[in-house]
Write a protein that binds this ligand. Structure first.
Ligand code: MN3
Length: 275
C-alpha cells in the first residue's frame, strides 16, 4: 500500500513546485527508516527515477537566489544581490524568497510569453519598452505594462534595499532638505503616500521631468519611467511584499522599511540622473 502511494506521488511529481518535492523527499527519508529493506530499495529506485525526470529549471529553484532564464525568452530574472535573510528582522527571509523567486520570476516569465511573437520588442531593454508604451504593439501593450513594469520595478527594488543603509548622502540629502523641508518631513510625506496607496501598487521618490524630487504613488506595476520620471526609491506595497510578517499592518511595514533603504545606491543614482 505504501508503495502504491509513492507510485502516485512519483507520477504527479512533475506538476509539483520544487519546495513540495523537497517536502516529499524529507517525508520519504523519514518513512524509509520504518520500511523493510526490500521496500526501501523499491522506493529509492522510484525516487531516483522521479529526480531524473524533473525539469532542470524546476530543480534549480532550490538553490539560493538563482538567476533564472524563464521560460525561454530574452528577459531574465536577476539574482537577488544578497541572502534571503539579509534584511531580517525588518523583511523576513520567507517573504524575500517568495517575492524574488516566485513573484518576480512570474513577471519575467509572463513578459517573455508576451514578446514571444514580437522579437523586435524582446530585443529591447525593458526600460525602453516602458518609456514608450505607445510604441509597443497594442496586442501586448497591457502585458508589457504590467509584466514588464513588474520586472523593471522589482529589478530596481532589490538594489534599493540594504539593512541599516544609513541616510541620504551629498547632493540628494541637500535636494531632500530643499524640496521637503527636512529628512523627517520627507519621511512623513513618503509614509503617507505608501500607506495611502489604495490596493496594490508602489510609492516612489522620483526625479521628475523638471529635475525636481517628488513623491508619487503608482497603481499595480505602473512604473514612473512610463511617465517620463526617474524612480530613485520605491516601496512595494503589494500585500505579497509584507503580508507574511505584517498581515494587514501596512503602516508597520512602511515604518520598518526605513531601516532597509540602501541610501548609498539611491544617492549615487540621483547623482547619475542629475549629471
Ligand atoms: Mn512585489
Amino acid at each position: 500500500m505504501l508503495n502504491n502511494e509513492w507510485r502516485l506521488n512519483v507520477s504527479t511529481l512533475e506538476k509539483f513546485p520544487s519546495r513540495v518535492w523537497g517536502f516529499c523527499k524529507a517525508k520519504l527519508l523519514n518513512t524509509k527508516i520504518m520500511m523493510t529493506r526490500r521496500q526501501a530499495i523499491k522506493t529509492t529506485a522510484l525516487a531516483s527515477a522521479a529526480l531524473a525526470t524533473l525539469p532542470s529549471a524546476i530543480a534549480q529553484t532550490n538553490s539560493a537566489a538563482p538567476a533564472t532564464a524563464a521560460p525561454n525568452g530574452p528577459f531574465t530574472l536577476p539574482a537577488l544581490p544578497y541572502a534571503y535573510d539579509a534584511l531580517e528582522p525588518y523583511v523576513d527571509a520567507r517573504t524575500m524568497q517568495i517575492h524574488h523567486d516566485k513573484h518576480h520570476a512570474a513577471y519575467v516569465a509572463n513578459l517573455n510569453k508576451a514578446v514571444a511573437d514580437f522579437p523586435e520588442m524582446g530585443a529591447k531593454p525593458v526600460e525602453d519598452l516602458l518609456k514608450d508604451l505607445n510604441g509597443v504593439p497594442e496586442k501586448i501593450r497591457t502585458a508589457v505594462r504590467n509584466q514588464g513594469g513588474g520586472h523593471y520595478n522589482h529589478s530596481l527594488f532589490w538594489q534599493m534595499l540594504k539593512k541599516d543603509g544609513g541616510e541620504p548622502k551629498g547632493a540628494l540629502a541637500a535636494a531632500i532638505d530643499q524640496q521637503f523641508g527636512s529628512f523627517n518631513k520627507f519621511k512623513e510625506d513618503w509614509t503617507k503616500a505608501a500607506v495611502g496607496q489604495f490596493g496594490s501598487g508602489w510609492a516612489w521618490l522620483v526625479v521628475d521631468a523638471g529635475k525636481k524630487l517628488n513623491i508619487e504613488p503608482t497603481a499595480n506595476q505602473d512604473s514612473p519611467i512610463s511617465q517620463g520620471k526617474q524612480p530613485l526609491l520605491g516601496i512595494d506595497v503589494w500585500e505579497h511584499a509584507y503580508y507574511l510578517k505584517y498581515q494587514n499592518r501596512r503602516p508597520e511595514y512602511v515604518a520598518a522599511f526605513f531601516s532597509v533603504i540602501n541610501w548609498d545606491f539611491v544617492s549615487a543614482r540621483y547623482d547619475k540622473i542629475m549629471a
